[in-house]
Design a protein around this ligand. Structure first.
Ligand code: FDA
Length: 496
């Protein structure tokens, strides 16, 4: 069969990939995006694109027999998860031996399933983590550009202070303040004007129907509505869905050839294709990009790849915990407040909803902590996949820090930890992350702009560039860093 050829290929359609496609398309470069997940724009039999949170079906998860929501039980009963048909659903949970990683699958990557929290990291921590990046340029130009193009907005103070839907957040804020901890209002890509319409009954409910990890049917400005829509509007970008890139080889003439499997949404192989390109952008996320490069290195497909590939991975110090609190039965699915104990305790804890539609007497937190521990990915020839060298004990610094903050909040408010949400008796959930970062670090596996060392015209553009921790929810940083790198690459490497 003939090999299709594109001037540029972008693998994935998450944050880094979407930035690359838009900036390439704007320069007139014909670009093909290859995404293993589906395009989520067709309603199912219930009239909705995404399935409901509390009544999930096959649309919820990526080829699983049972849903794997982060809360194992509710009110002591294992009612949260249920059997489903194996299907190309939107949320994946990838299991390594001592750490699991949640990922979005579909056009928009993580933007389809995430909480939409759009946080610009503290400048001093950004400088500590990425010292080789000019932070002046980032904070003056690329963070504002990312926030604007992502359509980040902030909840109106009067709405936050009055609506029953954020009673849980206000109560948690007051109880944190009782222990001396301040909170911050967190911007989001969920359209708060839409949410106020939901509360008034004039707009269809999504955040206020508890929707979040299995996709939002309304209100959320996921990438398909922002960067990817803009990219398609250039007329130079096409997206191929259910196209899974398996192999990357460099040809003697310096171009790249990808082996790609096209499947139907039930997993049936439709065809195996070869797609060639001159410029290749890896935006398959921390796990996806690292796996492709490790496989290529170990199989000799990309001679000269550095030993740094696979190193420097971290879970952004993610720890979940919950405590007893009356939160109300109405809880918006989009978090808007975070406890900021970063300076004293290296803990930044989002006040998360428990959108169960009933009073659960639980206040839930996703804490981001400063954790210096790092993991390493290895290629496994037997499975043709990757393993993650990360041990459970490596989360200990994070758990200790989170315990320090929440012991104090519990003591001052006479509350206790909930031991029935993450598996019986478990108070801290330290074995999964929403924020995988690293594997192809900027300045190590790549040069200072994401050009893969030892290769020409091969770029990393996603979360795998960031060394394991960024001290805040990561997508704004991933987007802004990709903007910075693409601005350099389009000006120098593609200037013809
Ligand atoms: P991303 O993972 O977004 O995209 C990679 C894409 O590549 C996916 O679409 C994948 O299907 C595709 N792909 C992978 N391998 C491929 C292959 N071989 N061939 C073809 N396609 C392939 N962050 C934040 O800032 N605020 C928040 O509120 C949250 N909340 C949150 C909740 C949940 C449930 C999750 C899972 C995650 C979050 N996050 C978050 C994290 C955030 O979503 C995440 O950091 C970014 O999506 C990562 O962006 P990337 O561009 O690195 O990859």
């Amino acid at each position: 069969a003939e090999t299709d050829f594109a001037e540029a290929v972008v693998i994935g359609t998450g944050y880094g990939a979407a930035v690359a496609a838009l900036r390439l398309g704007e320069r007139g470069i014909r670009t093909t995006m290859l995404e293993m997940g589906q395009l989520w724009d067709q309603p199912g039999p219930d009239g909705k694109v995404f399935c409901p949170m509390l009544n999930p079906d096959r649309r919820a998860m990526w080829f699983k027999d049972r849903t794997e929501a982060p809360l194992e039980t509710l009110l002591g009963l294992p009612i949260v998860n249920r059997p489903i048909q194996r299907y190309a659903g939107v949320l994946d949970k990838v299991h390594f031996s001592e750490m699991s990683v949640y990922l979005g699958r579909g056009v928009g990557g993580g933007s389809l399933v995430n909480g939409g929290m759009a946080v610009t990291p503290k400048r001093e921590y950004f400088e500590e983590v990425l010292p080789e990046v000019d932070s002046g340029e980032m904070y003056d130009r690329f963070f504002p550009l990312a926030n604007k193009t992502l359509r980040v907005n902030t909840i109106r103070g009067a709405f936050l202070e009055s609506t029953s839907w954020y009673q849980y957040a206000r109560t948690a804020r007051r109880q944190a303040a009782n222990a001396g901890y301040g909170t911050q209002v967190i911007p989001n890509v969920y359209d708060f004007a839409h949410m106020e319409g939901e509360a008034r009954g004039t707009k269809p409910k999504s955040a206020l129907a508890g929707e979040v990890i299995y996709g939002n049917n309304h209100g959320k400005m996921s990438l398909d509505k922002t960067y990817l829509a803009d990219a398609l509007n250039t007329g130079n970008v096409t997206i191929k869905t259910l196209h899974h890139v398996k192999r990357i080889r460099r040809q003697p003439d310096g171009t790249y050839v990808l082996t790609v499997e096209h499947r139907d949404p039930f997993g049936k192989l439709l065809s195996t294709k070869e797609i060639g390109c001159r410029h290749l952008f890896l935006g398959a996320g921390s796990l996806g990009t690292t796996e492709l490069l490790l496989r290529a290195r170990e199989n000799g497909d990309l001679p000269g790849l550095s030993d740094e590939i696979g190193r420097g991975w971290g879970p952004n110090g993610n720890v979940m915990t919950a405590r007893t609190m009356i939160g109300g039965f109405q809880q918006s699915g989009m978090p808007v407040l975070a406890i900021d104990a970063w300076r004293d305790r290296s803990v930044f804890a989002e006040i998360a909803p428990v959108p169960a539609g009933v009073e659960t007497l639980a206040s839930l937190y996703l804490a981001i902590t400063k954790n210096p521990e790092r993991g390493t990915f290895h290629y496994d020839r037997g499975t043709d996949g990757i393993t993650l060298d990360w041990r459970r004990e490596q989360m200990e610094p994070s758990v200790r820090a989170v315990r320090g903050v929440f012991d104090e909040i519990n003591r001052t408010n006479l509350s206790t930890y909930r031991a029935d949400l993450f598996g019986i008796g478990k108070v801290f959930s330290d074995d999964f992350t929403y924020h995988p970062l690293g594997g192809c670090l900027l300045g190590r596996a790549t040069d200072a702009y994401g050009r893969v060392r030892g290769q020409k015209n091969l770029y990393v553009t996603d979360g795998s560039l960031i060394p394991g921790s960024i001290g805040a929810n990561p997508f704004v940083t991933i987007t802004a860093l990709a903007e910075r790198n693409l601005s350099r690459i389009t000006a120098t490497d593609l200037n013809h």
